[in-house]
Design a protein around this ligand. Structure first.
Ligand code: 2BA
Length: 108
C-alpha cells in the first residue's frame, strides 16, 4: 500500500472527494495553508493499493485545475512596499502529490 498526500485548491475539494468515492477510493481531507500564498488549501490523504496508484492520480489530475492568482509583491516583501506594487501572476496547481510507502496498514 502507498499513501498519496495531495495538496489541492479548496475549490476542487468537493469534486475530488466525490470522484474518489465514486472510484472506490478512501480518503481523508484536511484543511491546510500554503506556505507561499498563506491561503487556505486542502490536503487529501489517500491510502491506495500499489496497482491502483495510477488510477487515483488520474482522478486527481482530471478533477483538480490549475488557476492563476495575482499577488502583490508587498505581500511577500512588505519592506519594499513603495517600489513594488504591480501584481505578480502566480500559477497555482492542479495538485501537488507526494506518494509515500506505507509500512503497515490496519483498520479496527
Ligand atoms: P503555496 O505555498 O501557497 O504556493 C502557491 C503557489 O505559489 C505555488 O503553486 C507556486 O506557483 C507559487 N510558489 C510557491 N512557492 C514559491 C516560491 N518560493 N517562489 C515562487 N513561487 C512560489 P503550486 O506549486 O501549485 O503549489 C500549491 C500548494 O501546494 C502550495 O501553496 C503548498 O501548499 C503546496 N506545495 C507545493 N509544493 C510543495 C512542496 N514541495 N512541499 C510541500 N507543499 C508544497
Amino acid at each position: 500500500m502507498k499513501l498519496i498526500v495531495a495538496i489541492i485548491q479548496s475549490k476542487d475539494s468537493q469534486q475530488l472527494q466525490a470522484s474518489l468515492v465514486k472510484g472506490g477510493f478512501r480518503a481523508t481531507q484536511l484543511s491546510s495553508t500554503g506556505g507561499f500564498l498563506k491561503a487556505g488549501n486542502c490536503t487529501f490523504l489517500i491510502g491506495v493499493e500499489e496497482e491502483k496508484i495510477d488510477d487515483a492520480l488520474a482522478v486527481i489530475k482530471k478533477t483538480c485545475h490549475t488557476r492563476v492568482q495575482y499577488v502583490t509583491p508587498t505581500f511577500l516583501m512588505p519592506e519594499a512596499a513603495s517600489s513594488l506594487s504591480e501584481p505578480v501572476e502566480v500559477q497555482v496547481g492542479g495538485a501537488t502529490c507526494f506518494i509515500l510507502p506505507v509500512d503497515k496498514f490496519v483498520r479496527f
